[in-house]
Each structure stands twice: as structure tokens, then as C-alpha cells.
Design a protein around this ligand. Structure first.
Ligand code: NAD
Length: 430
């Protein structure tokens, strides 16, 4: 409190220009704050502010036109004091080293918050899968595994799907790894097709987790989900299933969006129809003419706002205009640190990304456990274990937020970093 409240649009623009939109630097700022708040010495921050290992690889691929193209890939392993590192592989033209590092740190925090026996990892390849053939994608997936095979494995570092990677890509990667090791290795990677050892409920896990977070946050705010007005930015894997679950829970999904625009209807959108029409990249608004912009969508009057698309969407320039009472970050990094402060001052309950989107890695953990046991669970069993772990995680973070008087993001970082810091200390590293 007591911060200057910026209200006019010119000032908002200036504030936004001054904001730090580098996700790695923002993450490091909050990690340091969390460790200091808990009384750890500066050397702990020195250890945890960067991944312990960062691998850069060059992957030559023979393209369909006969030319060879060299792709750059990364694998970051943030901290393996708790156990093997775990995290997805992203295929995207905008992948950067800093982004992969930040994403690996976020994975460590998610695993700490849900209390999984992992540290965080993340991978990425700079490429545009929308412009590649099936054969080229297979070659790139296999090439990546060959390039990183020395540092990954079921007890070292376990990859998973992320933006623009799916169960087919996981299947190719698992097959390549099994060939290199000369034995079947389903536990090397998660997010596989069910017939290759994938888990029931993995595809919808992130959205189910976000739904659980919304239910818990709504209880704290005294909001009934039945009839609550929900706005979802992004209609991909996370956003579209979430819209479906909200609709099934009796909430009114009044707006959704994709990269090209947003659809708004105060009476509630026909989610089943939109799900049926969206393409595999989460695009649906191109079929309509009466669209609004993503900027307008974020500022709509609603009870619950779920950014489920990309980074840096709620900033100092629009945080004052957000009308939702609860913001649940299904996407990674959608709200800047400055905007976090503004939302907190305005008494909007923010469920931060490292907590809100932890359903995916939790069911990935279940998949790995099932692979290690060779014994498979029903979807009901997966769902009930997921609910138990995520409700506990939400309450740990919420109680820390209240008892320590810190915002929800800092509270989540404090809960998330503690196990890693303790494990590093017991191992004698710090
Ligand atoms: P996706 O690629 O399936 O869908 C992304 C959606 O965002 C699409 O509808 C796309 O059109 C939209 N989008 C892209 N650029 C946009 C822009 N500039 N403005 C508005 N919308 C835009 O991705 P996803 O798997 O649904 O992931 C979405 C977010 O959730 C990402 O931040 C991701 O890191 C995070 N997340 C996803 C999972 C998961 O299991 N899918 C888990 C944890 C976190």
C-alpha cells in the first residue's frame, strides 16, 4: 500500500515502458525476496538464481527439400538437490536461452509447491512447427534427444510436452531414447500416448488443476461458481479445456480469445460449439466477424479472469482497469511484478502461475510413478489424487500469504523454494 496509483492513460504508458518485462530477471527478483524473507544467506540466492546446468545443442536436420538446416536447442536443469529435474520441451520460433532458464526455475517452484520429488528443468528448440512437415518434426524430435541424451533419463531429467509439442512428439523422443539405451524406457518422458505408458487424465490435467484453483479462490472470495462470469484469454490446451470445465461447473464463460482476437457474449458463449470449431493451434475467432481485441477482453467486467495464453499480458498499463475479483494465471508469466502489486493493492486475489498451472506437472509425476511401477491408474484415481495435492498446495500458499502478509506470488515462491533450499543445505552444497 501507499504506492502511487497511476490512473491516466499517458502515465500508464510511461509506467509500462519502465517495467521490466524480462521473465528471467523478474523471477530472480522474487526468488531473492523469498529467500531473504525466510532468512537464508545470500549464497543460497547465488545458487538458486540460475540453473545449475544449461546445455546448448545444434541439431542438423535434412529438410524435405533436400537442404540441411541447423536448429538450436536448449536444456536447462535448475536444481537437482530434491531429485531428478523435470520439465517440458517447447518448439517455438521465439524460444530464447533466458526464457528456457526462467521456465526451468518456475518448474522447480511448481514442484516445490506441490511437493513433488523433483527439481525443475526445461527445454526448447528454436523452430516453427506450423511450417514443418510431419517427417521433419520427427527428425527434429529424435535429433534433440540424441543431442541431450547424456544429461537426460528417468533418474536424471525427465522431459514432457510444452508449447507446440504433443504426445506424438513425446512418443518419438521416447523411442529414440530407448534405442540409444537399448532398453524400453517409458519413464524417460511424460505426456506420452496412453498405449505407450501415458497417464489417464494427462491431456486435461493443467485445466483441471486451474479449475481446482478457481474453486478454492472463489471460496476465499465468497463467490459462487454457479453463474459466475468467467473470461479466458487463450483457447489452446489450457484455455479451451478450462472454458469447458467452467461451463460444466455452471459458470458463464462470457469471453474467450486466441492470437487473432476475442469473442464476447454477456449471455455466455456456446463453449461446446467453439471447442468443436477450434483448430489444433487453439484458433477459433477467425470464423467470426464481431470480435473484440485481447486488450478489451482483459478489461471486461467479470468475476474471474484467466490469462491462459502468453507472457506479459497484465502490466502496469492495464492492471488498474482489470475488473475481475480473482485472476488465475493458467499461462506462465502473464502478469508483471508491477501489475502484481497493483492487483494486490486493489484486493484482487491473484493465483500465481507457479501454483495455478501446476496440475500438468503433477499428473506428469503420476505418469512417471505408474511407469516405474508398471501399474496403471484409472482417470478417477488420477483426478482424486490431483485434487488432494492441489487443494493442499493452494492452502499452503494462501496461508503463507495471510500469515506473512506478503502477496500471493511471493507466498508461492516462499513455499516453492523452501524444499530446494533445505535439500541443498542437507547435501552440504551451501
Ligand atoms: P497452446 O499453444 O495450446 O494455446 C495457446 C493459446 O493462446 C492459443 O489459443 C493461441 O491462439 C493463444 N495466443 C497465442 N498468442 C496470443 C496472443 N498474442 N494473444 C492472445 N492469445 C494468444 O498453449 P497451452 O498449452 O494452452 O499453453 C498456454 C499457456 O499455459 C502457456 O503460457 C503455457 O506455458 C501455460 N501452461 C500450459 C500447460 C499445459 O499443460 N498445456 C501447463 C502449464 C502452463
Amino acid at each position: 500500500m501507499g504506492e502511487q496509483v497511476v490512473t491516466d492513460s499517458t502515465a500508464n504508458g510511461k509506467a509500462a515502458q519502465q517495467e521490466n518485462l524480462n521473465v528471467l530477471q523478474s523471477t530472480q527478483t522474487v526468488i531473492e525476496e523469498a529467500l531473504t524473507k525466510m532468512g537464508y544467506p545470500p549464497v543460497m540466492n547465488e545458487l538458486l538464481k540460475e540453473p545449475m546446468r544449461m546445455f546448448t545443442v545444434r541439431i542438423p536436420i535434412r529438410m524435405d527439400n533436400g537442404e540441411t538446416k541447423i536448429f538450436t536447442g536448449y536444456r536447462a536443469q535448475h536444481n537437482d538437490a530434491v531429485g531428478p529435474t523435470k520439465g517440458g520441451v517447447r518448439f517455438h520460433p521465439d524460444v530464447t536461452e533466458d526464457e528456457v532458464k526462467a521456465l526451468s526455475i518456475w518448474m522447480s517452484l511448481k514442484c516445490g509447491i506441490v511437493d513433488l520429488p523433483y527439481g525443475g528443468g526445461k527445454g526448447g528448440i528454436i523452430c516453427d512447427p506450423r511450417e514443418m512437415s510431419f517427417r521433419e518434426l520427427e527428425a527434429l524430435s529424435r535429433g534433440y534427444v540424441r543431442a541431450v541424451s547424456q544429461i537426460v533419463g528417468p533418474t536424471k531429467d525427465i522431459p514432457a510436452p510444452d508449447v507446440f509439442t504433443n504426445s506424438q512428439i513425446m512418443a518419438w523422443m521416447m523411442d529414440e531414447y530407448s534405442r540409444i539405451r537399448e532398453h524400453d524406457s517409458p519413464g524417460f518422458i511424460t505426456g506420452k500416448p496412453i498405449v505407450l505408458g501415458g497417464s489417464a487424465g494427462r491431456e486435461t490435467a493443467t485445466a483441471k488443476g486451474v479449475t481446482i484453483m478457481i474453486e478454492e479462490a472463489a471460496k476465499k472470495k465468497g463467490i459462487e461458481l454457479q453463474g459466475a462470469r468467467v473470461v479466458v484469454q487463450g483457447f489452446g490446451n489450457a484455455g479451451s479445456f478450462l472454458a469447458k470445465f467452467m461451463h460444466e461447473a455452471g459458470a458463464k464463460v462470457v469471453a474467450i480469445s486466441d492470437a487473432y482476437g476475442a469473442l464476447h457474449d454477456e449471455a455466455g458463449l456456446d463453449i461446446e460449439y467453439l471447442l468443436d470449431r477450434r483448430d489444433s493451434f487453439g484458433t477459433v475467432t477467425k470464423l467470426f466477424t464481431n470480435t473484440i481485441t485481447n486488450k478489451e477482453l482483459l478489461e471486461l467486467d467479470c468475476d474471474i479472469l484467466v490469462p491462459a495464453a502468453i507472457e506479459n499480458q497484465i502490466t502496469a498499463s492495464n492492471a488498474h482497469n482489470i475488473k475481475a475479483r480473482i485472476v488465475v494465471e493458467a499461462a506462465n508469466g502473464p502478469t508483471t511484478l508491477e501489475a502484481t502489486k497493483i492487483l494486490t493493492e486493489r484486493d484482487i486475489l491473484l493465483v500465481p502461475d507457479v501454483l495455478a498451472s501446476s496440475g500438468g506437472v503433477t499428473v506428469s509425476y503420476f505418469e512417471w510413478v505408474q511407469n516405474n511401477q508398471g501399474y496403471y491408474w484409472s482417470e478417477e484415481e488420477v483426478d482424486s489424487r490431483l485434487r488432494e495435492m492441489l487443494v493442499r498446495a493452494f492452502n499452503n500458499v494462501y496461508n503463507t500469504h495471510v500469515s506473512r502478509g506478503v502477496n500471493m506470488r511471493l507466498a508461492a515462491y516462499m513455499v516453492g523454494v523452501r524444499k530446494m533450499a533445505e535439500a541443498s543445505r542437507f547435501r552440504g552444497w551451501v
